[in-house]
Ligand binder design. Sequence first.
Ligand code: GLP
Length: 245
Amino acid sequence: MLNIIIAATYDDMSRRAANIMTELLQEQPHCILGLATGTTPIGLYDELVRSYTDGEISFADVTTFNLDEYCGLPQDHPQSYHHFMREHLFCRVDINLANTHVPDGMNPDVDAVCSEFEAEIYEAGGIDLQLLGIGSNGHIGFNEPGYVFPNNTHCVQLTQSTIKANSRLFNSINDVPTEAYTAGIGTIMRARRILLIANGAGKAAAVAAALNGPVTPQLPASILQFHPDVTVVLDEGAAQDYFTF
Ligand code: GLP
C-alpha cells in the first residue's frame, strides 16, 4: 500500500519523514534501519539529531545498513557515503559504529562484499524501515534503469545521467566514480517498511511515473507499487506531476 504525504516545503518534508523514524525508534529501540545518502535526506538527519539531542530518541541499540557506496573512494573521501553518514548522522548521535554497515567500496572482491552485506542483513533479522531517495531517472539506491530488477546487493556501472547529476558534489565530472555497490531491488523490497522522500521539481517526473506508471525496470522505483507498506513524503515541487500523470 502506498501512503502519500505532500509537505509544503523541504523542511516540512524532512520533519514529517523524521517523525515517522522517531516513532519507530521510540517503539522499537533495537530496530534495524536501512539508510540512504544524497542531498535529500540531509534535513531528515538534522531532525533526527535534534530529536536525539532533545532526549526523545536514542540510537544506542540501533543497527543500520546503508544502501550504497561508490567503488574506489576511501572511507575518508569527502564524497564517500561512509564519510557522509558519519558527518550527517553517526558522529552526532549515540550509535555504536560497529553496528553501522556501509558496503566497502575499497574492496574489489565483488562477491565477498555483496554476499557479506546480504548475510549481515539476514543475520540482523532483516530491515524494519528502509529510507530511500530517488534519482531523477527513477533509480533507488544505485539501481539504475535496465532490463531486469536486480535481486541482491551487486556492483553497478553508473549511468552517464547519474554521473552527471552527482558531479555537482565533486571537483570535476572525471572525479566521479563510474561504479558503485548497491543493495538490490530485492534487498530493498524485503524491508518490512519503506519510506521514500523526494523534493524539488527535478524529481517530479520520476516520482509521478514511479507511483502512477507501469511497473518496469526502466524506472526502478516503480517496483515500490508492489510493496505492502510504503510511505512517500514529497514536497510540493516533487509532487507537482503526481495528480496529472
Ligand atoms: C544518489 C544515491 C541515491 C539517492 C539519489 C538522489 O545517486 N545513490 O541513494 O537517493 O542519487 O540523490 P539526491 O538526494 O542528492 O537527489
